[in-house]
Design a protein around this ligand. Structure first.
Ligand SMILES: Cc1cc2nc3c(=O)[nH]c(=O)nc-3n(C[C@H](O)[C@H](O)[C@H](O)COP(=O)(O)O)c2cc1C
Length: 368
């Protein structure tokens, strides 16, 4: 039966009903920076907590779902990357990799660490990850960087797992809906972290949230989850006005206590540095948004072609580890979206309370 809340119309969202949550507010998954504590506390606050499992082994995926079940009796989501490596990665030659190592060696020298060995290709096995996910049966499964095979979506449906796909363009949203997924995230170019584009290169898929949401809403018949640049109630109301049925908030949750980020990243997110973010392929090989720093600026000016994902990330790993140890934030990936400058809360409870109360207030004031 339709749950209708006449005092708070935005809460009547079809997305909230499909996901089984009280509020149509989703905490975006954070890949390697995900945490059970954060996801569970969002779910316990009435939103949908998500855990990014892209880097986890099948066993770790099952363990994570078990931990989430112990921490919350509310719905939560597990996120996987459908494409775990760029097509060009396995065949990238040793000579090309060596050239990248040489071209970045001055950074290693500056950090006083030896130039690393050329990285070897290795990537998680999506099929094994998805098998583990199906066995663990989380209430919600979300996917980025592509659409899972039909058999996987059918197995989700049979097991009662609600599926969310991710799109950075209207065409990708249509592909997600045509595949039969239950909801679609429309991710505007303001969003923090990687751009999950899969039909065209990420550089050709940079539509902003304001233009993307109505296009997607006009194209698909499934609930649209707006992501990118939403960090307060104004963003929620705007997203709903544009045709969204739920929001996915990333950066504003990333800074909250209990998330997987380290102290340097947290401090940077709470500093004036967040006023300038940029997109770069140089940290991982795939385009991602973070706080602009010296490394991003230098690499943008260089003629160096980043290695395909995840080779570039593997190349940079010893460097980012050393930069972390030496507290060199000018060298680190500091993932953040453009709305990081709007951050006001550092606990899930305070953030959720303000998002819900202020969205209710705005709706009342606007007589929506
Ligand atoms: C550090 C970081 C890691 C992310 N990892 C993933 C991921 O693994 N899978 C995914 O679907 N989205 C990922 N995202 C995107 C977020 O879930 C969310 O959609 C996005 O941050 C929303 O935009 P906002 O940062 O402007 O709020 C990541 C974002 C950040 C900041």
């Amino acid at each position: 039966m339709m749950r209708v809340d006449r005092k708070h119309p935005w809460r009547e969202s079809e997305a909230a009903q499909r996901l089984g949550v009280r509020y149509p507010i989703i905490q975006g998954p954070f890949g390697g920076l995900s945490s059970v504590a954060l996801a569970a506390s969002v779910s316990n606050s009435g939103g949908l907590g998500s855990f990014g499992a892209a880097q986890l082994s099948p066993t770790q995926i099952k363990e994570t779902v078990a931990q989430l079940r112990e921490s919350t009796d509310k719905p939560f989501s597990i996120n996987l990357w459908v494409s775990t490596y760029d097509e060009a990665a396995p065949s990238t030659t040793g000579a090309r990799i060596e050239a990248s190592v040489l071209a970045t060696q001055h950074y290693f020298a500056e950090l006083n660490i030896p130039t690393p060995e050329a990285p070897k290709f290795s990537a998680p096995d999506f099929n094994a990850q998805v098998d583990a996910l199906l066995q663990a049966r989380p209430p919600v499964a979300s996917f980025i960087f592509g659409i899972p095979p039909k058999s996987v979506l059918e197995a989700c449906r049979t097991s009662g797992i609600v599926t969310i796909g991710s799109a950075t363009t209207g065409d990708e949203a249509k592909a997600v809906a045509d595949a039969g997924m239950d909801l679609v995230v429309a991710s505007g170019f303001e969003a923090g972290g990687h751009r999950g584009s899969f039909l065209s290169p990420a550089e050709a898929s940079l539509t902003g949230t304001f233009a993307l949401i109505p296009q997607v809403a006009d194209t698909v018949g499934i609930p649209v989850i707006a992501a990118g640049g939403i960090a307060d109630a104004r963003g929620i109301v705007a997203a709903f006005a544009l045709g969204a049925d739920a929001v996915q908030v990333g950066t504003a949750f990333l800074v909250c206590e209990g998330s997987g980020i380290g102290p340097l990243h947290r401090r940077a997110l709470l500093s004036d540095a967040v006023r300038s973010t940029g997109l770069s392929r140089y940290f991982s090989g795939r385009l991602a948004r973070g706080i602009r720093n010296r490394f991003m600026n230098d690499m943008d000016k260089s003629a160096l072609d980043p290695l395909p994902y995840p080779l570039q990330r593997a190349l940079m790993r010893p460097y980012t580890e050393a930069a972390t140890r030496q507290e060199r934030t000018d060298f680190l990936p500091l993932w953040a979206g453009q709305a990081a400058a709007l951050i006001r809360h550092t606990t899930v409870e305070a953030l959720m309370e303000s998002l819900i109360r202020e969205t209710d207030e705005l709706y009342r004031n606007l007589s929506l």
